[in-house]
Design a protein around this ligand. Sequence first.
Ligand SMILES: Cc1cc2nc3c(=O)[nH]c(=O)nc-3n(C[C@H](O)[C@H](O)[C@H](O)COP(=O)(O)OP(=O)(O)OC[C@H]3O[C@@H](n4cnc5c(N)ncnc54)[C@H](O)[C@@H]3O)c2cc1C
Length: 385
Amino acid sequence: MLDRRSLIVGGSLAALAGPTVLRAQTGRFALPEPLIPVDARRDRMYRVTVCLRPFRAAGPRIEAERISGKTVVHHYGHGGSGWSLSWGSAQQAVPLAIATGARDIAVIGAGAIGLTSAITAQRMGAKVTIYTKERFPQIRSGYATGSWTPSSRIGMEDQVAPGFGDWWEKVARASYAMHQSYLGVAGSPVEWTPRWFLSDEPPGPHKPSTPDGRPRFLELDHVTGDLVPDMQNVAPEDNPFAIPYARRNTQMTFNVAQYCRQLEAEFEASGGRFVHAELESVKDLRHIRETTILNCTGYAARALFGDESIVPVRGQIAWLLPQPGVNYGVFYNHLYVLARRDGIVVQALGENDYFGFDDPDETPDMAAAVAAIDQAGMMFRPKSI
Ligand SMILES: Cc1cc2nc3c(=O)[nH]c(=O)nc-3n(C[C@H](O)[C@H](O)[C@H](O)COP(=O)(O)OP(=O)(O)OC[C@H]3O[C@@H](n4cnc5c(N)ncnc54)[C@H](O)[C@@H]3O)c2cc1C
């Protein structure tokens, strides 16, 4: 017998119900609408992307250096937090460039860090040119999940400078405030959407994201926990999934395609100019007209500026076609599915933060992508029929 609150698939009842839905009882934990399941099938996968998180055990590098008569302000190494921390980090880096007294400033790179740095510099009165090899959609930032993850792989315990936690909190809070200013903008570059956390066992204490015996990644999310709505336990009768335990909250989502386009348009509307340029070595800085340069090259700074403290942390996403009305994320069994307006992210997270660590291979692993889609399909299987 079919439980009306459960997943309705196929057949005449589905036709009566309109689109396939996961029904959750409203009441104590009111859901505005029935939950439409993600249609996680291999034939809906339209691309697989790989990106490298620019991780530094000491945290992002923000410092000025004189190179060949120019001031280069390094601004890179944001690990798995580049989108989240972008604005606040720019507010730390850009004043170092403004302090040179230059009115014309160059930014190298048009990823999350380059775009937000460029706009921040414009707001501080500078005339800005972005020199870049790639723009969206080729940039690594274009392949991010699009979640508020301000302390994801942002540094290692004992390897960041004293006071890093205070610095991080200031950056995270400033960034958060700027992201909120993009709510309600056409195309929804930023929006708040539900997250479900599913488990086979009752939720236990927080598990550290580092396995025993290895250097520990910093975990700072609790410091800014007040910015994120509280997690709620979902009663079994309100749980629309076939997985026994569910918790839920609401989190900030970056619709990365819209966000990049919005930032590029904003930059150009304020008189900013993009120049296509591929620097092969530091010597090529001489081809840049400006004498003050913000270096926002992300992982590429490793080769370009010889910074071997940058460690690549590989992450792969299998993309499913977007589905109207599906706008939530689900975590289950080390898999994350996040339905954004510009596509549905299916991402294997691995058992801990060392997943993909020191792996510079940007070739898509198709077998892993298909396995992730199949696993996602299990999350959305019918509850009872
Ligand atoms: C799978 C995955 C998921 C992620 N999810 C999230 C998330 O949900 N939330 C979050 O906050 N962060 C997330 N991140 C992290 C985030 O994507 C990075 O921290 C961020 O993209 C770094 O941005 P960036 O601007 O420093 O670098 P990039 O995006 O790599 O930009 C570098 C720029 O420099 C240019 N450039 C490079 N070399 C040269 C050169 N030689 N000459 C000229 N130009 C050059 C490039 O063309 C590009 O424009 C994720 C990362 C991965 C891998």
